[in-house]
Design a binder for this molecule. Structure first.
Ligand code: NAD
Ligand code: DAU
Length: 340
């Protein structure tokens, strides 16, 4: 591993990973390949951009010529593929761009990686491909795929393509499926930053349905460490679940944020449920723990406090990313609540 192409490195997890990876490995060249969609922001990489080991290429993963050119220019031997449309609610408003980026774009990445004979291709996926759980049980790597939203269906499709490239062509694919991440640089459309920012602005906190849906939350730094471990030591053709063993009902997350900020629960506004809303996710991460020795280093109690503090200290960051397109999306998604 020497010349590593990271797609989606200007997004939430990608930018955290670029920082983490450069700090962990002295002898690497990192090429951040990112289209800079609404979710991509080079400000997330402030300070990293001056590192001589870091390069940025603005490009769309669906554009084969640009992808090929980046592989050749930097003699790429390793790929970490984060780039995707990532927000479930946006996929419900319109699925086309999700199929285009997540399925067609991943296919381009796999095909160019095969053509260039890379040593390793890590495909970053999600626990949402497994569908929804009842009150008990956890997702295993062997749980059948049952995606429910256009987002998760597009991610499951890309997972199947990645595994098919490994099986058919021997492309050295490894795959991760992680639970919900939180931490610095998360785009404000997602639950935790949205609730922090609305609470700071004394605006309503829109909780979908009864607020009793459950997610397993993992600090983004722990996700980055897990990806690095799988990149180094994961077995070709294998899938590794990543999770925090940290299940929370949405309403309890929102109450925790309000309490931490000293804001009243009267800010909570129960709104129309997300169509097809998955009830519960929970990850069994025994495989990566036992086989690769990874375990989360952050506690949620401290991690959520630090994350709230990060959003307080970085108001100018979120104010900038919330202008323009985001305002249109916010009003379309939240209707009357957005006007309050
Ligand atoms: P994000 O939306 O914050 O960032 C996505 C990045 O991909 C952005 O920088 C964007 O500009 C880039 N991108 C989008 N379309 C592109 C294209 N066509 N060509 C090149 N770049 C493009 O997403 P995230 O939350 O950081 O998620 C990153 C990956 O991790 C995704 O594959 C997602 O499915 C997966 N994942 C996310 C979570 C989570 O909780 N956020 C959990 C598990 C897995
Ligand atoms: O599980 C991994 C997935 O986690 C990733 O693959 C996705 O990219 C990532 O976006 C995330 O998906 P979720 O849909 O679980 O995350 P989100 O932050 O959008 O929502 C978390 C929960 O909070 C979910 O049950 C819906 C609820 N919610 C969300 C928003 C934005 C609300 O109640 N109100 C909201 O306004």
């Amino acid at each position: 591993m020497r010349n590593v192409l990271i797609t989606g490195g200007a997004g939430f997890i990608g930018s955290n990973f670029v920082r983490y990876f450069l700090a962990q490995h002295a002898d690497v060249v990192v090429v951040n390949f990112d289209a800079l969609t609404y979710a991509g922001n080079l400000e997330n990489l402030a300070g990293v951009d001056v590192d001589p080991r870091y390069h940025f290429v603005k490009g769309d993963i669906c554009d084969r010529a640009v992808v090929e050119s980046a592989f050749k220019q930097f003699n790429i031997d390793t790929v970490v593929h984060f780039a995707a449309e990532s927000h479930v609610d946006r996929s419900i408003l319109g699925s086309s761009v999700f199929v285009q980026t997540n399925v067609v774009g991943t296919n381009v990445m796999l095909d160019v990686a095969k053509q260039c004979g890379v040593e390793r291709f890590l495909h970053v996926s999600t626990d949402e491909v497994y569908g929804s759980l009842g009150a008990t049980g956890k997702f295993l790597e062997t749980t059948p795929l049952h995606p429910n939203s256009p987002y998760s269906a597009s991610k499951a499709s890309s997972d199947l393509l990645a595994l098919a490239y490994q099986h058919t062509y021997g492309l050295p694919v490894v795959m991760t499926r992680c639970s919900n991440n939180y931490g610095p640089y998360q785009f404000p459309e997602k639950l935790i930053p949205l609730m922090i920012i609305n609470a700071l602005n004394n605006k309503p906190l829109p909780v979908y349905g009864d607020g009793l849906n459950v997610r397993d939350w993992l600090h983004v730094g722990d996700h980055c460490a897990a990806i690095d471990v799988v990149l180094q030591d994961g077995k070709i053709g294998e899938v590794y679940n990543i999770g925090g063993d940290n299940e929370w009902k949405n309403i309890n997350i929102v109450q925790t944020i309000l309490k931490e900020l000293g804001k009243p629960e009267s800010l909570i506004s129960f709104v129309k449920d997300r169509p097809g809303h998955d009830r519960r996710y929970a990850i069994d991460a025994t495989k990566i723990q036992n086989e690769l020795g990874w375990s989360p280093a952050h506690t949620f109690e401290l991690g959520i406090k630090e994350t709230i503090d990060w959003y307080i200290r970085n108001e100018s960051w979120w104010k900038r990313v919330m202008t323009g397109e985001y305002q249109e999306y916010y009003f379309r998604q939240y209707g009357e609540v957005a006007k309050a």
